[in-house]
Design a protein around this ligand. Structure first.
Ligand code: FRU
Length: 324
């Protein structure tokens, strides 16, 4: 075992998404600090069934650490608990499971994010305001918490809320919002993530392009990358977003602690912040720099690998010559 790298398996509920791409990048950046780990990722493509199968395979393979971002809490809980009971250190990231039987949890506080968003929204709302709330997948924990927090954070009474379910997806949010009968009374759109806020905005602007400038658009994530929240806030498409850190780097650090047999906390809760235009611009610059650094590190690694290969070939030739 000692000579082989540790296997850190990651059961990801979906990959095809800007926030999760940012998470992957952050994981890789942190992982490049260690040469004794191998990260193996399984993409469940938003299917509970697929995710259960993939986790089962990781259990059978006896991976050294298992990271899970569950698609829906209730469906994934039993298999996650099974992994833990079989002695595999289990890290739950982002979405939660309905059990305390895991090693550690890493993620943002979606209730707090919702609450801050509710408080923030209140400043823009007239009396008897109408809000369109665009939900993530109803059975996932961040959607439920972002909803509850928001309702409790709202300072205004008599708010009328139109509920739309966008399943965390821009296109679904767009389609569902476009099916609302009337947009004219909407004062504010609060979406459980930025891409759905953008989908909602697009639906409204396609029907009435003048209306979007009168509506406040709020999202969650503030992720970097093309089509993600930071860019949208910096460009003025969204009024604000609430940072939901991916925890990609933290998750790898915690996995290393576990592998090194160090004590870990039961929960690592990541901070949030309101991100408006100026902050978004600053964060974008920083993330560009981060991506550049990582590209350079990867280039260096490739160079080292090439040198190493050349060296092995030379050694091999030398050996052949000497043995003649
Ligand atoms: C990405 C995502 C994020 C959201 C998180 C919640 O797949 O939808 O936008 O913050 O998942 O689990």
């Amino acid at each position: 075992k000692k000579d082989e790298p540790y296997v850190i398996a990651f059961s990801q509920c979906m990959m095809d998404d800007v926030w999760r791409q940012a998470m992957l990048l952050e994981m890789n950046i942190e992982a490049s600090n260690y040469d004794n780990i191998r990260i193996v990722i399984a993409d469940a493509k938003e299917s509970n069934e697929t995710q259960i199968k993939q986790i089962q395979q990781f259990i059978d393979q006896k991976v050294d650490v298992l990271i899970i971002s569950p698609n829906q809490s209730d469906s994934i809980t039993p298999i996650a608990v099974e992994a833990y009971r079989k002695g595999i250190p289990t890290i739950i990231v982002d979405r939660k499971i309905g059990s305390e039987e895991y090693t550690t949890y890493v993620g943002g506080d979606s209730y707090e994010i919702g609450r801050i968003a509710g408080e923030y929204a209140s400043a823009f709302l007239p009396e008897n305001a109408t809000i369109a709330e665009v939900w993530g997948t109803k059975l996932s924990s961040p959607a439920q918490e972002r909803h509850l927090g928001f309702i409790n954070g709202l300072k205004k009474k008599n708010v009328n809320i139109k509920t739309v379910v966008g399943n965390w997806r821009r296109e679904i949010a767009k389609k569902e919002v476009s099916q609302l009968e009337d947009f004219n009374d909407i004062d504010l759109v609060y979406a459980h993530n930025d891409v759905m806020a953008l989908g909602a905005r697009e639906a409204i602007s396609e029907r009435d392009s003048a209306l979007v400038s009168k509506i406040i658009f709020l999202g969650v994530d503030a992720a970097f990358g093309k089509g993600a929240g930071l860019e949208a806030v910096a460009n003025g498409l969204l009024n604000a977003s609430f940072l939901y850190p991916t925890g990609g780097d933290q998750v790898i650090r915690v996995a290393m602690k576990i592998l090194n047999k160090e004590q870990t906390d039961k929960k690592y809760i990541l901070n949030t912040a309101v991100v408006e235009k100026n902050t978004a611009r600053t964060l974008l610059l920083q993330s560009d720099q981060l991506i550049n650094y990582q590209n350079r590190i990867e280039q260096q690694k490739r160079n080292i690998d090439m040198l190493f290969q050349k060296f092995s070939m030379l050694r091999h030739s030398l050996f052949l010559i000497l043995s003649l």
